[in-house]
Design a protein around this ligand. Sequence first.
Ligand code: ZN
Ligand code: ZN
Length: 258
Amino acid sequence: MRLTVLGCSGSGPGPTSPASGYLVRADATRLLLDLGNGAFGALQRHLDPWELDAVALSHLHADHCADMANLVVHRRYHPTPPTTAAPLLVYAPADAPDRLAAAYAASAEERASTDLSDVLAFRPVADGARVGAVTLRATPVEHPVAAYALRVEHDGTSLVYSGDTGPCGRLVELARGADVLLCEASWPHVVPGRWTEPPPGLHLSGRQAGEHAAAAEVGRLLLTHVPVWCDPAALLAEAQESFDGPVELAAAGATYDV
Ligand SMILES: [Zn+2]
Ligand SMILES: [Zn+2]
């Protein structure tokens, strides 16, 4: 299984990376995890978007799904779609049809008649869905909106993506023994004058990402979703303090063997 980081900038795109988007390839299967701002362009450096088998959205904040509007345009208006083209499977929180229609439509009037089901086939984020050669597992995590961590399994290997979450025991359970934990780290653990411990239910610090990796005994930790206003090196150092295994910062455009 191979993971390609299309974008890893937290909370929005940055000067060196789109927002969240991750391409997972296993045998002939092409699964996309999230499609934030700018990630649809980056995707096209790696494959023809028609080759996608499915998209899984961790949650519906714009930095994780904004480019779905562009994917809809591509599938709806491409002049020469493959003759075999069917609506693309989209595993997403229940509000996705409304949320993505709202992101696509330019006015309230257009919104009222927007239906994306001609190009997207929405499915609930289900634990155990089979997508081609991989199995997709999921668990709800701690974020202000419905949000999921996702686990992709293939041929004895496993990749877990945290999505956006505060500290979460269910993330540890889902990630247990995974080869790679692609985990968000969105702020420092201590911010002098502001907090000595991050507020719960939102995001993880670098230290907390490392703690989750250690508790789940994963093989390797990739930190992602670092916002432009944070120092990535500081978050990496925090994670290295709390996790003994290999840790690195996810890099836009990089491909990792899982
Ligand atoms: Zn986010
Ligand atoms: Zn979020």
